[in-house]
Design a protein around this ligand. Structure first.
Ligand code: HEM
Ligand SMILES: [Ca+2]
Ligand SMILES: [Ca+2]
Length: 285
């Protein structure tokens, strides 16, 4: 497969690629559906919103699309290329090889104004997350399974600074009761006060490059990086699911496949609702 080849070669040079592709897909599907809207470059596009500032993997998608265009011009949308790339990213990291559907059209709209209300914040509790997820026909099981994406990848210190407070001497301490104190202090040693804004830490402190169920084992031990991760174990509505996934990787992988299909079905455009973009960074002129 052409897309697989592009993802594999990019990941060989840069091991941060798979996680970037997976997050990119999530941010595409949540805004205007899985339609490649996040890929468009320019002033006032989705990429201009701060929630999308740390996205990556755009170049890998563009290269994969260019390769596909050589063999099947104007046939495969950027939205589909991104879905294939994220599917491959999971498999390359040791995750399940899941089924995906094809046939999405690329959207003709990408607006900064559409982003904020549709992207979940790391400070959110379960009710706040449920609100956004259910507006995309995703349920609590989907939230738990898809959050498992945080078994790979890295995050900037600013993304979880809400879990600490400064005392009068300026010293940071862990304050979120859902956060294990030792893990919190470990995070602080990687992210000291006034840390370089480019510093990142592993989302999964144990197996940050492997797509496995260790993320859920971490949650059980108070080692969720974001408040939005920790609440999945902290809230009784989702706790049992977290325990099940922590105990059985097979069960997580089954849940992942089901929920990934649902994620990649959000707001799919067909027929003249969209187009097959020539370049992923540009709506056809
Ligand atoms: C449900 C609530 C979620 C919240 C609040 C959230 C938030 C975040 C944030 C703030 C980052 C760090 C970005 C940075 O600092 O560079 C991140 C990283 C990441 N997220 Fe999520 N996310 C959520 C769910 C998901 C889902 C459903 C997926 C995919 C299916 C996903 C995939 C990823 C990946 C792979 C990374 C690592 C990116 C990298 O290494 O560059 N996240 N997430
Ligand atoms: Ca989109
Ligand atoms: Ca892992």
């Amino acid at each position: 497969m052409l897309v697989t080849d592009a993802v594999r070669s990019a990941s060989t040079f840069d091991q941060t690629v798979p996680a970037k592709l997976l997050r990119l897909l999530f941010h595409d599907c949540m805004v205007e559906g899985c339609d490649g809207s996040v890929l468009v470059e320019g002033n006032g596009t989705e990429r201009a919103d701060p929630a999308n500032a740390s996205l990556g993997g755009f170049q890998v998608v563009e290269s994969a699309k260019a390769l596909v265009e050589v063999f099947c011009p104007s046939t495969v949308s950027c939205a589909d290329v991104l879905v294939l790339a994220a599917r491959d990213a999971v498999r390359l990291g040791g995750g399940p090889n899941v089924r995906v559907l094809m046939g999405r059209k690329d959207g003709r709209v990408s607006s900064e104004a559409n982003v904020r209300a549709n992207i979940v914040d790391t400070t959110f509790d379960l009710d706040q997350m449920t609100k956004i997820f259910s507006s995309k026909a995703l349920n609590l099981d989907d939230l738990v399974a898809l959050s498992g994406a945080h078994t790979i990848g890295r995050s900037h210190c600013s993304a979880f600074s809400d879990r600490f407070a400064q005392d009068s001497k300026g010293k940071l301490t862990p304050t979120d009761p859902l956060l294990d104190k030792k893990y919190g202090n470990d995070l602080l040693s990687q992210c000291p006060r006034n840390a370089d804004p480019s510093i990142t830490v592993d989302n999964d402190p144990e197996t940050g490059l492997v797509f496995d169920n260790v993320y859920y084992q971490n949650l059980v031990m108070g080692k969720g990086l974001f408040h939005s991760d920790s609440v999945l174990f902290g809230d009784t509505r989702t706790r049992n699911k977290v325990l099940r996934f922590a105990e059985s990787e097979e069960s997580f992988f089954e849940g992942w496949e089901r929920s990934f299909l649902r994620l990649t079905s959000i707001g799919v455009k067909t027929g003249n609702q969209g187009e097959i973009r020539r370049l992923c960074r540009e709506i056809n002129g």
